[in-house]
Design a protein around this ligand. Structure first.
Ligand SMILES: Nc1nc2c(ncn2[C@@H]2O[C@H](COP(=O)(O)OP(=O)(O)OP(=O)(O)O)[C@@H](O)[C@H]2O)c(=O)[nH]1
Length: 288
């Protein structure tokens, strides 16, 4: 582990190793440590606190460097119109759980929320969403087992629009017979949503499991190539020091991370704030 006893060449080598171990990605790790070397020299930072501040600032700068308008907040429709948010991602990453958490959050904030159980492929997925719906006191539109997911989406969008719901969250399958089918299905859902509400979906959030590290990056590529992903939800950030994947995603995919999941309870979700996140990651990396 990198430590602050002396900020010498060994320190930077340790830092590189630690960053790679945290899934920042090799290129990004080298880039971070190279730029830090310069910056530490330039600022003549010697005190522990100064070096730490330089590192945190640099990492936040690097995170924000590609100039995406860093707005972690959700893109909502104008007041009085329904916001539709589509959740995509492979199975088991935490889509349903994230929707449950967000449903509860927005319901508590006074918004009317509707859920669509469009994962009709996996037996049990609908029931799981219904349980979250009950917990959050929000209704769920569901179809029969193996029903066409598009028909569930259609019914949900109609209901949301006609009954003036503020937000509709759409849960989708993480696995179909193959990836081509999966992507076609997502496309079809989007078309149906757009037909009913032209500006929708307002977000397509790709849910990724942080514990899968670089594999999550491969998934991000797969989904980004075929659906217009607008942001990332990174789940299972509890019990992993691999949060560096945030940098890799940002650097390679140019997608903002919007939410972080850190447990199974409905309150275990927070908005992603680069500074806060870098500080936490850094503390874990360097001070432990
Ligand atoms: N520790 C932890 N577990 C999580 C988190 N988010 C989800 N889980 C767990 O991960 C498992 C899978 O979550 P789901 O929400 O069912 O995943 P999914 O993407 O909807 O899966 P499919 O319906 O199969 O596509 C469940 O056991 C969740 O409780 C998290 O942030 N931290």
């Amino acid at each position: 582990m990198a430590n602050f006893r002396s900020v010498d060449e060994d320190f930077f080598e340790d830092l590189e190793e630690t960053l790679v171990g945290a899934d920042v990605g090799f290129d990004m790790a080298i880039k971070i440590s190279d730029e830090l070397r310069e910056e530490v020299k330039l600022k003549n930072a010697k005190r522990k606190e100064d070096v730490r501040d330089v590192i945190i600032k640099k990492m936040v700068d690097l995170y924000e460097a590609d100039g995406i308008n860093e707005d972690a907040t959700m893109n909502f429709a104008p007041k009085g119109q329904t916001t539709v948010i589509l959740f995509v991602g492979v199975n088991g990453v935490g889509k349903t759980t994230t929707i449950g958490k967000l449903a509860s959050k927005y319901q508590k904030a006074g918004k009317s929320v509707l859920l669509a159980a469009a994962d009709t492929f996996r037996a049990g997925a609908t029931k799981q969403l219904q349980e979250w719906g009950e917990r959050a006191h929000v209704p769920v539109v569901a179809g029969k087992e193996k029903a066409d997911p598009a028909s569930v989406v259609f019914a949900a969008v109609e209901k949301a629009r006609d009954e003036n719901y503020d937000v509709l969250f759409v849960d989708t399958a993480g696995r179909l017979q193959n990836n081509v089918n999966l992507m076609q299905e997502l496309e079809k859902m989007k078309r149906i949503i757009q037909r009913e509400i032209p500006e929708a979906p307002h977000e397509v959030l790709l849910v990724l499991d942080a514990t899968t590290g670089q594999n999550a990056l491969q998934q991000a590529k797969l989904f980004k190539n075929s659906s217009d992903v607008s942001g990332i939800v990174l789940t299972k950030m509890d019990g992993t020091a691999k949060g560096g994947i945030v940098f890799a995603i940002r650097n390679e995919m140019h997608l903002p991370v919007k939410w972080i999941g850190f447990g199974e309870k409905s309150s275990d979700l927070r908005e992603f704030k680069p500074e806060e996140f870098v500080y936490g990651l850094f503390k874990e990396l360097v001070e432990s």
